[in-house]
Design a protein around this ligand. Structure first.
Ligand code: SAH
Length: 396
Protein backbone atom coordinates (compact mmCIF):
# COMPACT_ATOMS: atom_id res chain seq x y z
CA UNK A 1 0.00 0.00 0.00
CA UNK A 2 1.45 3.43 -0.93
CA UNK A 3 2.12 5.71 2.02
CA UNK A 4 1.23 9.39 2.28
CA UNK A 5 3.69 10.88 4.75
CA UNK A 6 2.65 14.12 6.43
CA UNK A 7 5.01 16.94 7.39
CA UNK A 8 5.84 17.31 11.11
CA UNK A 9 2.93 18.87 13.02
CA UNK A 10 0.57 18.52 10.05
CA UNK A 11 -1.43 15.71 11.64
CA UNK A 12 -3.41 18.11 13.84
CA UNK A 13 -6.45 18.45 11.57
CA UNK A 14 -6.57 14.66 11.28
CA UNK A 15 -6.49 14.43 15.08
CA UNK A 16 -9.64 16.57 15.04
CA UNK A 17 -10.98 14.10 12.50
CA UNK A 18 -11.28 16.59 9.68
CA UNK A 19 -11.17 14.44 6.52
CA UNK A 20 -9.22 16.74 4.16
CA UNK A 21 -5.46 16.61 3.70
CA UNK A 22 -4.19 19.69 1.87
CA UNK A 23 -1.13 19.72 -0.39
CA UNK A 24 0.74 21.90 2.13
CA UNK A 25 0.55 19.16 4.76
CA UNK A 26 2.09 16.46 2.58
CA UNK A 27 5.77 15.58 2.81
CA UNK A 28 5.83 12.78 0.24
CA UNK A 29 4.12 9.79 -1.26
CA UNK A 30 6.13 6.58 -1.07
CA UNK A 31 5.20 3.89 -3.57
CA UNK A 32 2.98 4.41 -6.57
CA UNK A 33 -0.63 5.53 -6.52
CA UNK A 34 -3.00 6.50 -9.28
CA UNK A 35 -5.78 9.07 -8.73
CA UNK A 36 -8.39 7.65 -6.38
CA UNK A 37 -6.18 4.85 -5.06
CA UNK A 38 -6.27 4.20 -1.34
CA UNK A 39 -3.18 5.30 0.55
CA UNK A 40 -2.00 4.79 4.13
CA UNK A 41 -1.70 8.17 5.80
CA UNK A 42 1.14 8.30 8.31
CA UNK A 43 2.52 11.05 10.55
CA UNK A 44 6.06 12.37 10.06
CA UNK A 45 7.23 9.84 12.67
CA UNK A 46 5.61 6.97 10.78
CA UNK A 47 2.59 6.56 13.08
CA UNK A 48 -0.41 5.24 11.06
CA UNK A 49 -3.33 7.70 11.06
CA UNK A 50 -5.90 6.89 8.41
CA UNK A 51 -6.83 5.42 5.05
CA UNK A 52 -7.48 8.02 2.39
CA UNK A 53 -8.18 8.47 -1.32
CA UNK A 54 -5.29 10.01 -3.26
CA UNK A 55 -6.19 13.09 -5.37
CA UNK A 56 -2.91 14.22 -6.95
CA UNK A 57 -4.51 16.98 -9.06
CA UNK A 58 -6.45 18.64 -6.27
CA UNK A 59 -5.30 21.06 -3.58
CA UNK A 60 -7.11 18.67 -1.29
CA UNK A 61 -4.48 16.03 -1.92
CA UNK A 62 -6.31 13.26 -0.07
CA UNK A 63 -9.68 12.66 1.57
CA UNK A 64 -9.95 10.30 4.49
CA UNK A 65 -12.09 7.22 4.03
CA UNK A 66 -11.42 5.87 7.51
CA UNK A 67 -9.68 7.12 10.64
CA UNK A 68 -9.05 3.48 11.52
CA UNK A 69 -5.69 2.82 9.80
CA UNK A 70 -6.52 -0.91 9.78
CA UNK A 71 -9.86 -0.62 7.99
CA UNK A 72 -9.91 -2.19 4.54
CA UNK A 73 -11.39 -0.03 1.82
CA UNK A 74 -13.29 -2.40 -0.44
CA UNK A 75 -16.81 -3.01 -1.74
CA UNK A 76 -17.96 -4.07 1.73
CA UNK A 77 -16.71 -0.77 3.19
CA UNK A 78 -18.97 1.21 0.84
CA UNK A 79 -21.88 -1.08 1.62
CA UNK A 80 -21.43 -0.45 5.36
CA UNK A 81 -21.06 3.32 5.02
CA UNK A 82 -24.00 3.67 2.62
CA UNK A 83 -26.23 1.51 4.79
CA UNK A 84 -25.33 3.60 7.83
CA UNK A 85 -26.09 6.85 5.97
CA UNK A 86 -29.47 5.61 4.78
CA UNK A 87 -30.37 4.26 8.25
CA UNK A 88 -29.47 7.63 9.78
CA UNK A 89 -32.37 9.15 7.78
CA UNK A 90 -34.79 7.07 9.86
CA UNK A 91 -33.88 8.91 13.06
CA UNK A 92 -35.99 12.02 12.55
CA UNK A 93 -39.72 11.28 12.53
CA UNK A 94 -41.26 11.42 9.08
CA UNK A 95 -38.02 12.20 7.28
CA UNK A 96 -37.62 8.83 5.59
CA UNK A 97 -41.16 9.09 4.22
CA UNK A 98 -40.21 12.10 2.10
CA UNK A 99 -40.32 11.36 -1.64
CA UNK A 100 -37.34 13.65 -2.15
CA UNK A 101 -34.61 12.78 0.32
CA UNK A 102 -30.85 13.25 0.47
CA UNK A 103 -29.44 9.82 1.30
CA UNK A 104 -25.74 10.66 1.37
CA UNK A 105 -24.33 14.06 2.24
CA UNK A 106 -20.65 13.60 1.46
CA UNK A 107 -18.16 14.23 4.26
CA UNK A 108 -20.94 14.55 6.84
CA UNK A 109 -21.95 10.95 6.11
CA UNK A 110 -18.31 9.76 6.15
CA UNK A 111 -18.26 9.49 2.35
CA UNK A 112 -16.19 12.43 1.03
CA UNK A 113 -17.13 13.32 -2.53
CA UNK A 114 -20.33 11.26 -2.62
CA UNK A 115 -23.81 12.78 -2.84
CA UNK A 116 -26.93 10.70 -3.36
CA UNK A 117 -30.52 11.89 -3.52
CA UNK A 118 -33.65 9.77 -3.76
CA UNK A 119 -36.65 10.97 -5.77
CA UNK A 120 -39.41 8.39 -5.33
CA UNK A 121 -38.00 5.14 -6.73
CA UNK A 122 -35.14 6.88 -8.55
CA UNK A 123 -31.74 7.62 -7.07
CA UNK A 124 -29.31 10.24 -8.38
CA UNK A 125 -25.67 9.95 -7.41
CA UNK A 126 -23.00 12.62 -7.78
CA UNK A 127 -19.31 11.78 -7.45
CA UNK A 128 -17.08 14.81 -7.04
CA UNK A 129 -13.60 13.49 -6.22
CA UNK A 130 -11.03 11.00 -7.46
CA UNK A 131 -11.74 8.51 -4.64
CA UNK A 132 -15.44 8.00 -5.39
CA UNK A 133 -14.63 8.00 -9.12
CA UNK A 134 -12.52 4.88 -8.58
CA UNK A 135 -15.21 3.19 -6.49
CA UNK A 136 -18.16 4.07 -8.78
CA UNK A 137 -19.30 0.49 -9.26
CA UNK A 138 -19.18 -0.36 -5.57
CA UNK A 139 -21.10 2.81 -4.71
CA UNK A 140 -23.78 2.21 -7.34
CA UNK A 141 -24.19 -1.44 -6.32
CA UNK A 142 -24.45 -0.56 -2.62
CA UNK A 143 -26.99 2.19 -3.31
CA UNK A 144 -29.13 -0.19 -5.30
CA UNK A 145 -28.98 -2.92 -2.65
CA UNK A 146 -29.67 -0.53 0.19
CA UNK A 147 -32.52 1.41 -1.40
CA UNK A 148 -34.00 -1.15 -3.81
CA UNK A 149 -34.35 1.73 -6.28
CA UNK A 150 -35.81 1.04 -9.73
CA UNK A 151 -33.29 3.22 -11.52
CA UNK A 152 -30.15 5.12 -10.79
CA UNK A 153 -28.73 8.11 -12.65
CA UNK A 154 -25.24 9.46 -12.27
CA UNK A 155 -25.03 13.24 -12.40
CA UNK A 156 -21.31 13.83 -11.95
CA UNK A 157 -21.18 17.09 -13.88
CA UNK A 158 -20.51 19.47 -11.01
CA UNK A 159 -17.81 22.12 -11.60
CA UNK A 160 -15.80 20.99 -8.60
CA UNK A 161 -14.75 17.88 -10.51
CA UNK A 162 -12.48 20.07 -12.61
CA UNK A 163 -10.41 20.82 -9.50
CA UNK A 164 -9.75 17.08 -9.36
CA UNK A 165 -8.88 16.84 -13.05
CA UNK A 166 -12.06 14.83 -13.66
CA UNK A 167 -14.25 15.20 -16.73
CA UNK A 168 -18.02 15.64 -16.35
CA UNK A 169 -19.82 12.29 -16.48
CA UNK A 170 -23.55 11.57 -16.59
CA UNK A 171 -25.79 8.68 -17.50
CA UNK A 172 -28.08 5.89 -16.37
CA UNK A 173 -26.25 3.35 -14.25
CA UNK A 174 -29.32 1.20 -13.55
CA UNK A 175 -32.53 1.08 -15.53
CA UNK A 176 -33.41 3.84 -17.95
CA UNK A 177 -35.30 7.12 -18.12
CA UNK A 178 -38.86 6.72 -16.79
CA UNK A 179 -41.59 7.13 -19.44
CA UNK A 180 -43.25 10.00 -17.54
CA UNK A 181 -41.48 13.08 -16.14
CA UNK A 182 -40.33 12.35 -12.62
CA UNK A 183 -42.34 14.02 -9.86
CA UNK A 184 -42.19 14.05 -6.10
CA UNK A 185 -44.69 15.21 -3.52
CA UNK A 186 -43.13 17.63 -1.07
CA UNK A 187 -45.35 18.41 1.89
CA UNK A 188 -48.46 17.95 -0.20
CA UNK A 189 -47.25 19.79 -3.30
CA UNK A 190 -46.36 17.86 -6.47
CA UNK A 191 -43.10 18.99 -8.06
CA UNK A 192 -41.34 17.92 -11.25
CA UNK A 193 -37.72 16.92 -10.82
CA UNK A 194 -35.52 17.04 -13.91
CA UNK A 195 -32.67 14.84 -12.80
CA UNK A 196 -30.93 14.99 -16.18
CA UNK A 197 -30.74 18.74 -16.73
CA UNK A 198 -32.09 20.43 -13.60
CA UNK A 199 -29.76 22.14 -11.11
CA UNK A 200 -27.72 20.00 -8.70
CA UNK A 201 -29.33 16.55 -8.81
CA UNK A 202 -32.57 18.13 -10.07
CA UNK A 203 -34.04 19.76 -6.98
CA UNK A 204 -33.03 21.86 -3.96
CA UNK A 205 -33.86 19.34 -1.26
CA UNK A 206 -32.00 21.45 1.29
CA UNK A 207 -34.82 24.03 1.42
CA UNK A 208 -37.64 21.54 2.14
CA UNK A 209 -38.26 22.60 5.75
CA UNK A 210 -37.90 26.29 4.95
CA UNK A 211 -40.44 26.00 2.14
CA UNK A 212 -42.80 24.43 4.66
CA UNK A 213 -42.18 27.32 7.04
CA UNK A 214 -43.09 29.70 4.21
CA UNK A 215 -46.36 27.88 3.79
CA UNK A 216 -47.07 28.28 7.51
CA UNK A 217 -46.35 32.01 7.31
CA UNK A 218 -48.10 32.77 4.04
CA UNK A 219 -51.80 33.09 4.95
CA UNK A 220 -53.17 36.38 3.68
CA UNK A 221 -49.71 37.72 2.87
CA UNK A 222 -48.45 39.13 -0.42
CA UNK A 223 -45.28 37.19 -1.27
CA UNK A 224 -42.22 37.96 -3.39
CA UNK A 225 -40.05 34.93 -4.17
CA UNK A 226 -36.67 35.87 -5.64
CA UNK A 227 -34.57 33.18 -7.35
CA UNK A 228 -37.62 30.91 -7.47
CA UNK A 229 -36.11 28.10 -9.65
CA UNK A 230 -39.01 25.62 -10.21
CA UNK A 231 -41.32 27.42 -7.80
CA UNK A 232 -40.82 25.46 -4.59
CA UNK A 233 -41.29 28.39 -2.20
CA UNK A 234 -43.96 29.95 -4.45
CA UNK A 235 -46.18 26.88 -4.50
CA UNK A 236 -45.87 26.34 -0.77
CA UNK A 237 -46.82 30.00 -0.24
CA UNK A 238 -49.91 29.49 -2.42
CA UNK A 239 -50.71 26.31 -0.48
CA UNK A 240 -50.52 28.36 2.71
CA UNK A 241 -53.04 30.89 1.43
CA UNK A 242 -50.86 33.76 0.21
CA UNK A 243 -52.92 36.56 -1.32
CA UNK A 244 -50.50 36.78 -4.29
CA UNK A 245 -47.07 35.42 -5.14
CA UNK A 246 -44.67 37.16 -7.51
CA UNK A 247 -41.78 34.86 -8.48
CA UNK A 248 -38.58 35.89 -10.25
CA UNK A 249 -35.85 33.82 -11.90
CA UNK A 250 -33.55 34.39 -14.87
CA UNK A 251 -33.74 30.78 -16.07
CA UNK A 252 -36.45 30.23 -18.68
CA UNK A 253 -36.41 26.42 -18.32
CA UNK A 254 -36.76 26.73 -14.52
CA UNK A 255 -39.73 29.07 -14.93
CA UNK A 256 -41.34 26.77 -17.48
CA UNK A 257 -41.08 23.93 -14.97
CA UNK A 258 -42.45 26.20 -12.24
CA UNK A 259 -45.54 26.85 -14.37
CA UNK A 260 -45.88 23.11 -15.07
CA UNK A 261 -45.66 22.51 -11.34
CA UNK A 262 -48.47 24.95 -10.68
CA UNK A 263 -50.59 23.11 -13.26
CA UNK A 264 -49.75 19.80 -11.55
CA UNK A 265 -51.45 21.17 -8.41
CA UNK A 266 -54.86 22.28 -9.67
CA UNK A 267 -56.04 22.86 -6.08
CA UNK A 268 -53.76 25.91 -5.91
CA UNK A 269 -55.16 29.25 -7.08
CA UNK A 270 -53.15 29.95 -10.24
CA UNK A 271 -54.71 33.42 -10.48
CA UNK A 272 -52.62 34.48 -7.51
CA UNK A 273 -49.31 33.54 -9.15
CA UNK A 274 -47.21 35.79 -11.37
CA UNK A 275 -43.90 34.69 -12.88
CA UNK A 276 -41.15 36.98 -14.15
CA UNK A 277 -38.19 35.96 -16.26
CA UNK A 278 -35.76 38.62 -15.08
CA UNK A 279 -32.52 39.42 -13.31
CA UNK A 280 -33.37 39.73 -9.63
CA UNK A 281 -30.98 42.66 -9.08
CA UNK A 282 -32.63 44.87 -11.68
CA UNK A 283 -36.14 43.61 -10.98
CA UNK A 284 -35.87 44.50 -7.29
CA UNK A 285 -34.91 48.02 -8.28
CA UNK A 286 -37.84 48.18 -10.72
CA UNK A 287 -40.28 46.99 -8.06
CA UNK A 288 -39.00 49.68 -5.70
CA UNK A 289 -39.38 52.34 -8.37
CA UNK A 290 -42.90 51.10 -9.02
CA UNK A 291 -43.58 51.47 -5.27
CA UNK A 292 -44.51 47.82 -4.82
CA UNK A 293 -44.55 46.36 -1.28
CA UNK A 294 -44.82 42.80 0.05
CA UNK A 295 -45.58 41.11 3.36
CA UNK A 296 -43.19 38.20 2.90
CA UNK A 297 -40.04 38.18 0.78
CA UNK A 298 -37.87 35.13 0.08
CA UNK A 299 -34.30 35.66 -1.14
CA UNK A 300 -32.66 32.35 -2.03
CA UNK A 301 -29.82 33.28 -4.40
CA UNK A 302 -27.28 30.92 -5.97
CA UNK A 303 -23.90 30.43 -4.35
CA UNK A 304 -22.27 33.87 -4.73
CA UNK A 305 -19.13 32.77 -2.85
CA UNK A 306 -18.05 29.19 -3.54
CA UNK A 307 -14.98 29.77 -1.35
CA UNK A 308 -13.60 32.33 1.09
CA UNK A 309 -11.64 33.94 -1.77
CA UNK A 310 -14.90 35.25 -3.24
CA UNK A 311 -16.34 36.41 0.09
CA UNK A 312 -15.91 40.18 -0.28
CA UNK A 313 -17.43 40.41 -3.74
CA UNK A 314 -20.22 38.05 -2.73
CA UNK A 315 -20.93 40.10 0.39
CA UNK A 316 -21.73 43.09 -1.80
CA UNK A 317 -24.19 41.05 -3.84
CA UNK A 318 -25.89 39.69 -0.71
CA UNK A 319 -26.00 43.17 0.76
CA UNK A 320 -27.59 44.64 -2.39
CA UNK A 321 -30.45 42.19 -2.57
CA UNK A 322 -31.10 42.36 1.16
CA UNK A 323 -31.22 46.17 1.11
CA UNK A 324 -33.95 45.93 -1.53
CA UNK A 325 -35.60 43.12 0.39
CA UNK A 326 -35.97 45.37 3.43
CA UNK A 327 -37.04 48.37 1.33
CA UNK A 328 -39.81 46.38 -0.31
CA UNK A 329 -41.33 45.11 2.95
CA UNK A 330 -44.58 46.41 4.35
CA UNK A 331 -44.50 47.39 8.03
CA UNK A 332 -44.31 44.16 10.07
CA UNK A 333 -43.23 42.29 6.93
CA UNK A 334 -41.07 39.19 6.93
CA UNK A 335 -37.77 38.73 5.12
CA UNK A 336 -36.49 35.19 4.64
CA UNK A 337 -32.94 35.55 3.46
CA UNK A 338 -30.48 32.76 2.63
CA UNK A 339 -26.89 32.16 1.73
CA UNK A 340 -25.64 28.78 0.53
CA UNK A 341 -22.08 30.07 0.10
CA UNK A 342 -19.40 27.99 1.77
CA UNK A 343 -17.21 31.11 1.80
CA UNK A 344 -19.60 33.08 4.02
CA UNK A 345 -20.24 31.79 7.52
CA UNK A 346 -23.33 32.38 9.64
CA UNK A 347 -21.84 35.31 11.60
CA UNK A 348 -20.71 37.08 8.46
CA UNK A 349 -24.06 36.53 6.82
CA UNK A 350 -25.88 37.95 9.82
CA UNK A 351 -23.64 41.04 9.70
CA UNK A 352 -24.42 41.51 5.99
CA UNK A 353 -28.17 41.31 6.62
CA UNK A 354 -27.87 43.67 9.61
CA UNK A 355 -26.00 46.22 7.48
CA UNK A 356 -28.62 45.88 4.78
CA UNK A 357 -31.41 46.70 7.22
CA UNK A 358 -29.56 49.81 8.38
CA UNK A 359 -28.90 50.86 4.78
CA UNK A 360 -32.60 50.41 4.01
CA UNK A 361 -33.51 52.48 7.06
CA UNK A 362 -35.44 49.62 8.63
CA UNK A 363 -35.26 48.18 12.10
CA UNK A 364 -35.74 44.42 12.19
CA UNK A 365 -35.26 41.43 14.42
CA UNK A 366 -34.42 37.78 13.83
CA UNK A 367 -37.37 35.50 14.51
CA UNK A 368 -35.61 32.32 13.55
CA UNK A 369 -32.28 31.04 12.24
CA UNK A 370 -32.73 28.63 9.39
CA UNK A 371 -30.66 25.77 8.01
CA UNK A 372 -30.89 22.63 5.92
CA UNK A 373 -32.99 19.71 7.20
CA UNK A 374 -31.73 16.54 8.88
CA UNK A 375 -31.06 14.67 5.63
CA UNK A 376 -28.26 17.22 5.17
CA UNK A 377 -26.52 16.56 8.49
CA UNK A 378 -23.39 18.49 9.46
CA UNK A 379 -20.61 16.36 10.94
CA UNK A 380 -19.35 18.25 14.00
CA UNK A 381 -15.80 17.78 12.79
CA UNK A 382 -16.67 19.14 9.31
CA UNK A 383 -18.06 22.65 9.70
CA UNK A 384 -17.90 23.13 5.90
CA UNK A 385 -21.01 20.95 5.80
CA UNK A 386 -22.96 23.82 7.35
CA UNK A 387 -23.26 25.72 4.06
CA UNK A 388 -26.93 26.76 4.11
CA UNK A 389 -27.84 29.52 6.53
CA UNK A 390 -30.93 31.62 6.59
CA UNK A 391 -32.50 34.33 8.70
CA UNK A 392 -36.18 34.95 9.14
CA UNK A 393 -36.41 38.63 10.03
CA UNK A 394 -39.37 40.81 10.84
CA UNK A 395 -39.12 44.47 10.02
CA UNK A 396 -40.83 47.14 12.11
N1 SAH B 1 -35.41 28.69 -4.07
C1 SAH B 1 -35.22 27.66 -5.06
C2 SAH B 1 -33.76 27.41 -5.37
C3 SAH B 1 -33.02 28.63 -5.87
S1 SAH B 1 -31.57 28.25 -6.74
C4 SAH B 1 -35.94 26.39 -4.60
O1 SAH B 1 -36.45 26.35 -3.47
O2 SAH B 1 -35.99 25.44 -5.37
C5 SAH B 1 -31.08 29.76 -7.40
C6 SAH B 1 -31.86 30.22 -8.61
O3 SAH B 1 -31.40 31.54 -8.93
C7 SAH B 1 -31.70 29.42 -9.90
O4 SAH B 1 -32.95 29.01 -10.35
C8 SAH B 1 -31.09 30.41 -10.91
O5 SAH B 1 -31.66 30.27 -12.21
C9 SAH B 1 -31.48 31.73 -10.34
N2 SAH B 1 -30.63 32.89 -10.62
C10 SAH B 1 -29.28 32.98 -10.54
N3 SAH B 1 -28.89 34.26 -10.75
C11 SAH B 1 -30.01 34.98 -10.96
C12 SAH B 1 -30.26 36.37 -11.20
N4 SAH B 1 -29.26 37.26 -11.25
N5 SAH B 1 -31.53 36.77 -11.35
C13 SAH B 1 -32.55 35.87 -11.30
N6 SAH B 1 -32.38 34.57 -11.05
C14 SAH B 1 -31.12 34.13 -10.88
Amino acid sequence: MPQLVLLPGKDRTLARRHPWIFAGSVDKLTGRARPGDTVDVVAANGRPLAKAAWSPQSKIRARVWSFDPEEIIDDAFFKRRIQAAVERRRTMPGLFDQDGLRLIHGESDDLPGVIADRYGDSVVVQLTAAGPEKWRQAIVAALQRTTGCARLYERSDSDVRRLEGLEPVAGWRLGEAPPEPLTIVENGVTMKVDIVSGHKTGFYLDQRDNRLLTRDLAAGRSVLNCFCYTGGFSLQALAGGASCVLSIDSSAPALATAKDNLALNPWLDAQRAEWRDADVFSELRALKNADRRFDLIVLDPPKFAPSAAHAEQAARAYRDINVFGFRLLNPGGLLMSYSCSGGIDADFFQRIVAEAAVAAGRDARILRRLAAPADHPVALRFSEGDYLKGLLCQAD
